[in-house]
Design a protein around this ligand. Sequence first.
Ligand code: CP
Length: 327
Amino acid sequence: MKPKFKGKHFITLEEWTNEEINTLLDVSKDLKKKFKTNEPTEYLKNKTAFLMFFEQSTRTRNSMEAGLAQLGGHGTFLDTSTMQISHGESAKDTATILSSYGHGIAARNCFWGIGNRYLREMAKFSTVPVMNLQCDLYHPMQGLADLMTIQEIKKDTKKLNVSIIWAYAESHKKPISVPLTQVLLFPRYGMNVTLAYPEGYDLPEWVLEKAKQNAQDHGGAFKVTHDMESAYKDADVVIPKNWGSWVRNQSDQVVDTLLEANRSWKCTEAMMALAKPTVSYMHALPADRENEVENVVIDGKHSIVYQEAENRLHTAKAVMAMTMGDK
Ligand code: CP
C-alpha cells in the first residue's frame, strides 16, 4: 500500500479526482477480499484515529471502529457532548491537540450551516488527515460505498439511469448530505442522474449547477423533476430517501404541513414496477420503514441495502489506510 494520499483530508469527494477515487475503490475491493479470506491487513499498526460524533450513528461509527481494529490500529470514540466542545472549546484547539495525540481525526457534525465549516476549521489546524463522517453538506464515506456497490452490481456505470428520489419520513429532519453527495458524484461516472423531489425540498442552486457541470465533463447527465413517477420509469437504480427542507426552512421541526402534504412520496411495489426489471433499490439507512419505503420493497429481491451498508466497512478502511498509512 503506497502512502499516495498520506495526510490528504477527506471532506468532500469534490476534492478527490476520479483517478484518486478509483484508487480508493481498488483498495476497498482488495480489503473486502482480504476481509473475506481472513488475510491480515495491518496497514495502520499502532496508529490512532479520534472519531468525534455530534450525532447518532450505527454504520459510520462501527465501520470506522471495526475498520481501525482490522487495520491494526485503534479508534477512540468521542461523544462530543462529553468533550470540552460542549463548554465552548474551539475547533482549532480540539484539532491541534487531538492531532498531536494520533494519526487521524474523523467527525460527524450535521448542524445546518455549521457542520462543514467546523470540519474545515479543524482541517486548517490539524496536522493529520481530517475525515468527514457526514456534515450538513457532504457524506463522502457514504458516496464512496454507494459507488462501489453500484459498480459491483451493474459493472458498467456509463448511461445507467440512476434516480435519487425524495421520500416521506417522520423519524427526524435529515441532512441533505446523502443526495447532495450522490448528485455530484454519480454524473462523474457517466450515469444519467435524475433528482426528484416535491417543491420545497430543494438542494442548493450551486449543487445543481455543479452536478450539471460534472455530467458535462464526464459524459453523464443530470436533471431535476418534481414528478415522482417519471423518476421511477426505466430506472436502473432507485435511491428513494428522505431529506429535510433545510435550504428553504432552517427550523428543526420534523413534521410540518409541507412534509404532510407529501406523504404519497413513498417507494412502493407499484413504483418499482415502473423501473427496469433489473432495477436495484438502494438506501444509505437507517430507513423509515413503511413511510419512506414498503417493507416488501426494502426486503425484496431488488434491494441491495445490506451490500451497500457492508461496503461502508471496506471503503472506510480504504480511506483510513490511504490517508493515515505510511507503508
Ligand atoms: N448511512 C449512515 O451514515 O448510517 P449511520 O447514520 O448509522 O452512520
